[in-house]
Ligand binder design. Structure first.
Ligand code: NDP
Length: 249
């Protein structure tokens, strides 16, 4: 439980990758002394996080189950927090999807929106009223470069991040007068399980029309392919965690 004056930071998707590193970096910040609530949908995946958190586990960092796709799970998680107090909400949980639209089922597409867009909406809806009442808080979202620019064969993933950015930008203005800050981090490729799966997916499939000269130009806008994106210099989860830490300080 957080002690008096400690900032409560809740992070989604902490079983691996960026979320895990943000949780550990914040828990180990001796100056700020955050109380980190690291959440994941399946606590069976907690070992990597617990190991990385070391001594801070159980003190500066506690664990909660949270599936951002479930209304009930989100409500339960926030209700279990003392006074429902979340000072900083970090929306990190997300999934990718690569391939030509015609080969992807509607269910797969809906799952991406359910996680990357509605997952964020669900979290914000649950913490926002309390932040407004307390007149303070910070909501941060891990978006993507693909939330700024479409990328070939990432149509649905990209759209989910665009949608989320539109939602957050609109909300940011409304929240200003309640002293609630909204921030966005838009990483390029980061070396995580997510990236590994994306690289595997793009390289194992040969998509028709993937010839760079024919598909990359649309109305004179250069649309990079996933391969271009993932061949670019990748960042580490620690780099993104460091950026996140700076933004919320
Ligand atoms: P990982 O796959 O390593 O981590 C994703 C995390 O999200 C996992 O902990 C996963 O949990 C969790 N998650 C997925 N679905 C849900 C759900 N329904 N409820 C709760 N948690 C869920 O990927 P990254 O660390 O790379 O991705 C983190 C964020 O960064 C994502 O939003 C992604 O879009 C974004 N990003 C990543 C980039 C990259 O190149 N890696 C580039 C730009 C943005 P579980 O273990 O249960 O699957």
């Amino acid at each position: 439980m957080a002690s008096e004056g400690q900032k409560v930071v809740l992070i989604t998707g902490c079983s691996s990758g960026i979320g895990l590193r943000i949780a550990v970096m914040l828990a180990k910040d001796e100056k700020k002394r955050y109380h980190v609530i690291a959440t994941m949908r399946d606590l069976k995946r907690k070992d990597k996080l617990v190991q990385a958190a070391g001594d801070t586990y159980g003190k500066m960092l506690t664990l909660q189950t949270l599936d951002v796709c479930s209304d009930e799970s989100v409500k339960q998680c926030i209700s279990s927090i003392k006074d429902r107090r979340v000072d900083v909400l970090i929306n990190n949980a997300g999934i990718g999807l690569v391939g030509p639209v015609e080969s992807i089922s509607m269910d797969e597409m809906k799952k991406v929106f359910e996680t990357n867009f509605f997952g964020v909406v669900r979290m914000i809806k649950e913490v926002m009223p309390d932040m407004k009442k307390r007149r303070g808080g910070h909501i941060l979202v891990i978006s993507s470069v693909m939330g700024l620019q479409g990328v070939v064969f990432n149509d649905v993933y990209s759209a989910s991040k665009f949608a989320m950015e539109g939602f957050c930008e609109s909300l940011a203005v409304q929240l200003l007068k309640f002293n609630v800050t909204m921030s966005m981090i838009e990483p390029g490729p980061v070396h995580t399980e997510f990236e590994a799966k994306m690289v595997e997916d793009v390289s194992k499939k040969e998509y028709p029309g993937a010839d760079p000269d024919t598909v990359h130009y649309f109305k004179n806008v250069y649309l990079p392919s996933s391969i271009d994106i993932f061949e670019a210099l990748g960042q580490t989860p620690d780099h993104i965690a460091g950026c996140t830490k700076k933004v919320i300080e």
